[in-house]
Design a protein around this ligand. Structure first.
Ligand code: GLC
Length: 451
């Protein structure tokens, strides 16, 4: 081995992330990727929709796994599925009003039920009392409202007879480390056949519905009794996806993390707003629920407050990432009152403050942010947005190190001027006078117009 090669091997053993950056599947340049991702980076805020048969039991989309239900035991939900209130135009209007710019629907979740018309199965919406392709209606409705559309497709399938039983399967053995038990349960199952099904369905989704903007493939859990890229043939799958839809944006759950282009964005799931600080500078989209589960869960009481939802949105953008917020429609096909009221309150805030969200990212390093607040930044319009998490009681907002930076300040919601002066003690600091009366927004925004 020559000297350089020796060092390269040694370094990449100790720094696998370096290795990751050098391994590639395609020859797309960073500039081309930036261009492809541009709308997504600008839009920042999307809607996730988890809808499937699990809306009927209404106690988590993993109910089949949690209660270890067989296909026969789960069958009643297929038989009863009858979404008489399914009007995706209403979903699209609510999403749009809340300021969301794209939506991703579960075309199939882990339970295996398909909301779309697939040639390869009869476990699908057109064969239920719905009698139609619900994905097609979703796509048309959201496109009509000017939103971008995406599909979630579960790599996992707890209904397909050839999908081998693993540690996450509803029919897993009592002892999930017992390899002999798996061997017994998987006798006659052929993952290769399932894989063909998976490829066929992804091809259908990316062929029959026009331009699809995002694909969310979910998920890998490599290791003993799990599944990863070898099970899905992830490289080939991704190549097919990119061939069918060259502009599409793909998430990171194919277990191709060793490749710089094995995914387009990372997906921190249900993390706290503080934890998002660690993702600053990465291309990320945090996915979050209104309450704990993704599918409709009737008895859940842990709904996030308006402030918590705003905090997640603001924390995503001010760290340079996106938020995709989930709604789990009911079995009848509508958003329940709690989801609607959460969306309405976001709509109210976004109407007044969305300039601090779209096309924004984190501010340059030398922009100091008052303790406890957050800030976003729009490089194109040269504006910085200060999110007032704590409204100063004495009516004085101190901005340290800003006197050479800004030329005007106002509230974003009504563009009313905010007067400021240099601090006598420290001329580089500005003292902004705020009205006693806090603007009627949970987290008001100060817009700083930069020199
Ligand atoms: C997880 C869950 C799933 C949900 C998804 C959303 O992987 O399995 O139920 O669809 O995350 O990010």
């Amino acid at each position: 081995m020559n000297r350089n090669l020796f060092w390269l091997v040694l370094i990449s053993m100790y720094f696998p992330s370096l290795q990751a950056q050098t391994k590639r599947l395609s020859n797309e340049t960073p500039q081309q990727k930036e261009q492809r991702m541009k709308w997504w980076t600008n839009d920042r805020f999307g809607m996730f929709i988890h809808w499937g048969l699990y809306a009927l039991p209404a106690r988590h989309e993993w109910v089949k796994n949690r209660e270890r239900l067989s296909n026969e035991q789960y069958r009643k939900y297929f038989d009863e599925f009858d979404p008489d209130h399914f009007e995706p135009e209403r979903w699209a209007k609510e999403a749009k009003a809340a300021g969301m710019k794209y939506a991703v629907l579960t075309s199939k979740h882990h339970e295996g039920f398909c909301l779309f018309d697939s040639k390869y199965t009869d476990y699908k919406a057109p064969d239920t009392k719905a009698h139609r392709d619900l994905v097609k209606e979703f796509v048309n409705a959201f496109r009509k409202e000017g939103l971008k559309v995406g599909f979630y497709y579960s790599l996992i399938d707890w209904h397909h007879p050839d999908f081998t039983i693993d540690k996450n399967h509803p029919l897993r053995p009592a002892d999930t480390k017992d390899s002999a038990a798996y061997a017994r349960l998987n006798k006659g199952k052929d993952m290769a056949k399932y894989r063909t099904y998976l490829f066929n369905q992804v091809r259908e989704l990316l062929t029959n519905y026009g331009k699809i903007d995002i694909l969310w493939l979910d998920f890998s859990y490599p290791g003993p009794f799990g599944k990863g890229h070898d099970d899905w043939h992830s490289k080939e799958l991704l190549a097919m996806v990119r061939k069918l839809q060259p502009e599409i944006i793909v998430n990171n759950r194919l277990d191709l993390n060793d490749y710089a282009d094995g995914y387009d964005f990372v997906t921190p799931e249900q993390v706290s707003s503080e934890a998002l600080n660690a993702f600053k500078g990465k291309t990320f989209e945090t996915c979050q629920t209104f309450s704990g589960s993704w599918g409709y869960y009737r008895d859940e009481t842990s709904w996030k407050t308006h402030r918590q939802l705003l905090d997640l949105l603001i924390s995503s953008v001010s760290n340079g990432g996106n938020l995709i917020l989930n709604v789990g429609p009911t079995a009848r096909g509508e958003f329940d009152y709690r989801a609607t009221s959460a969306l309405d309150s976001l709509a109210y805030w976004m109407h007044a403050n969305n300039k601090a969200i779209y096309n924004c990212t984190y501010p340059p390093r030398d922009f100091r942010i008052p303790e406890g607040d957050r800030m976003s930044y729009n490089a194109a319009t040269k504006r910085a947005y200060l999110f007032l998490y704590r409204y100063p009681e004495n009516g004085e907002l101190v901005l340290r190190g800003y006197s050479h930076k800004i030329k005007y300040a106002q509230f974003l919601n009504d563009e009313s001027e905010l007067l400021y002066k240099e601090s006598d003690a420290q001329p580089d600091n500005l003292i902004v006078t705020l009205p006693k009366l806090k603007p009627p927004y949970e987290i008001p925004v100060v817009e700083l117009i930069l020199k």
